[in-house]
Write a protein that binds this ligand. Sequence first.
Ligand code: 4AD
Ligand code: MG
Length: 436
Amino acid sequence: MSSISKISETFSPEMEGKSVTLRGWLYRTRTGGGGKMVFAVLRDSSGIIQATVKKENVDDKSFKNASEAYVESSVILSGTVKKDERAPGGYEIQVSSFETVCRGEPFPVAKDLSDEFLLDIRHLWIRSQKVTRILKIRSTMVQAIHEFFQKRSYYLFDPPIISPNACEGKMTLFEVNYFGEKKYLTQSWQLYAEAAIFSLEKIYDVSPTFRAEKSRTARHLAEFWMAEMEAAWMELDEVTEVAKDEVKFIVEKVLEKHEEDLKFLGRDVDKLKKAVAKPFPTITYTEALKILKEKEGVEMQWGEDLRTLEEEKLMKHFDTPIVVTNYPVEIMSFYKPRDPKDPKTALCFDMLAPEGFGEIVGGSQRSTDMKDIIERIEKEGGKPEDYKWYLELRKYGSVPHSGYGVGVERMVRWICGLDDIKDSIAFPRTLTRCYP
Ligand code: 4AD
Ligand code: MG
């Protein structure tokens, strides 16, 4: 057998007239020419190409294989590359041999394409052009995150996944039976990252995160990936700039490589380009309330959290992501310090994406005030003794430090312009779904 090419490699003028062998799966197939031709479309991870099988050009076995193959049968075929303006990619294969690796059964993706049905057959649906392209974009994004931090001399630090502590509130903890004791799946690497900065100073990771989110929304998963960073000697004003640079870097990398994929997904690429062409503004929570009141007529009580609805209304006034700082201390986790200049607010931030995609990043400076932390753990219904190890970090060489987490699926959703976050991950886990 001659060496195997990827489909995308055949899309070039130099390949015209050359013989190639391709392998993959049938994307579409139909017979024509009074039963003397098969028009197959082959796909592999790199793309799709039309393959024309003429009875007169192949032996009987090949023609039988081609005629009987189903959508998603796996095949290896050889033939000559020919220019064809009408074909996807601009080229087609004139097939000379057609071998079936696994004919299988008729593929079940037929007419009923309801969201629930596609989620039930997610193990098969991830082969679709839509999901394949999203997964490629996601791969580029995660690679960009590594590149961003490695270039800035951050170390990759891997946290534990099973934890004795809550980081983001007890309400969303997933319990694990840990040799007869109650432990939890991680809600964030943060508490461990705060220990690790005393060793590595500047760290990042991309890792699985778990929250028993009890609500069904287009932006919550029960299992998601968070790309987090933590740095010693860093305060709020600096960490928000790192977050802005990171988000911009990720979007630029995706635009560089995936403009065609984004267009296939129906994404308005110009909006995305515009979103990263300008600096991202920083406003405070209090200023956000003012915008909501003056421009949207939304009256919020100072102290209430911004919900999806309010975030959407606020973001009507911005076409780039924005950073919102200084949320009320009362609604913030125990580790977010009071702002000495405005102690009813915390030195914390969220980054909100434009076009109604909402929060994509959450972070803060970290409190080093042991007394305040203990009081607030108690207020959240936690036991300070469970956090003994964490509190000890404040005893030995404590320094100002900050960090944040980027929701990987939230970023995929925004960048790809997806209606629902479930499409931003291969196998979504939600309140109502843990299958397949
Ligand atoms: O804002 P969050 O809860 O912040 C933290 O967990 C901090 N401990 C991070 C840190 O400072 N190191 O979560 C961070 C981001 C959110 O902005 C959002 O993008 C994403 O994680 N996220 C979710 N994504 C999908 N499904 C969920 N249920 C999510 N919860 C948070
Ligand atoms: Mg948050």
